[in-house]
Design a protein around this ligand. Structure first.
Ligand code: SAM
Length: 243
């Protein structure tokens, strides 16, 4: 008998709502669609999430790491690890019940193995993830402008040419710093916004048109979501809405 035979059965993805967090249906769909499309096109690369909280979005990303691809997550997990007082305050207000143990226990209810866990500020992530190594980066850590700006710069460094960045909370009322950093990246670094949901902006520094058009085509037959394109600051982006 192997350890695998005696391990408790894993939960199926439809039980994800048992994990506390902020990861909504439209984004679950877009994450899955994007990551599968990359695989179908033969795009290989590692996966990275900055800001995991209790694991809700990380559990979904973990399903898409192919053999030989590394999935890395980074989180402070504890106010004591915060790089500055504003971040420590944000941790105490928004994430008082978070611990690394809770994240790991949640993740292991859905997957047999943990991703590579980096405990600490996302400011140090390029010391753990190589330049040009990732096909997908989810930025969902600090909401403070200077940190998000640095996270976007790090994402740009670690992404491959047609890699995709997903930026959470780019327009929530309580996160103006994320909005400022996101649109600054669009206007000054060449980030192309491709898809917008209620919560996230998806973009690339690579080729945007084929990605956007393929998702628009898929949404035309989606039961719960629909998309409409809009031109913004020289970019044609796809807004995704619930039916
Ligand atoms: C909004 S939550 C992440 C939500 C998660 N992705 C989900 O799907 O539920 C933000 C997380 O970022 C972490 N965080 C905040 N500032 C950070 C920083 N500077 N570096 C790393 N992690 C940070 C917090 O500890 C928290 O777990």
């Amino acid at each position: 008998m192997t350890a695998q035979d005696t391990a408790p059965p894993l939960l199926t993805p439809d039980r994800l709502d048992e994990v506390e967090g902020w990861f909504f249906d439209a984004d679950r769909f877009v994450f899955g669609w994007l990551l599968e499309r990359q695989r179908e096109l033969g795009t290989r690369g590692d996966l990275l999430e900055l800001g995991v909280y209790k694991g809700k979005s990380a559990i979904v990303i973990g399903y898409h790491a192919a053999e030989g691809e590394r999935f890395t997550v980074c989180d402070l997990f504890d106010a004591g690890e915060a790089p500055d007082e504003s971040t420590a305050t944000e941790m105490r207000v928004y994430y008082p019940t978070l611990t690394r143990q809770v994240f790991e226990a949640n993740y292991l209810r859905f997957h047999r193995r943990l991703p590579t866990v980096v405990q600490g500020s996302s400011a140090g992530i390029t010391g753990h993830v190589g330049a040009g190594s990732c096909r997908f980066v989810h930025v969902d850590a600090s909401h403070l402008y200077h940190h998000v700006r640095a996270d976007i710069a790090a994402a740009r460094e670690v992404l491959i040419e047609d890699g995709v960045i997903a930026l959470d909370d780019f327009r929530s009322p309580h996160t103006p710093g994320v909005a400022a950093a996101t649109w600054e990246a669009v206007l000054t670094t060449g980030l192309k916004p491709v898809v917008l949901t209620e919560s996230k902006l998806y973009g690339t520094w690579g080729r945007a048109d084929a990605l956007r058009d393929a998702l628009a085509e898929r949404l035309a037959t989606h039961a719960a979501l629909w998309g409409v394109t809009e031109d913004v600051a020289g970019h044609t982006l796809l807004r995704v809405h619930s039916r």
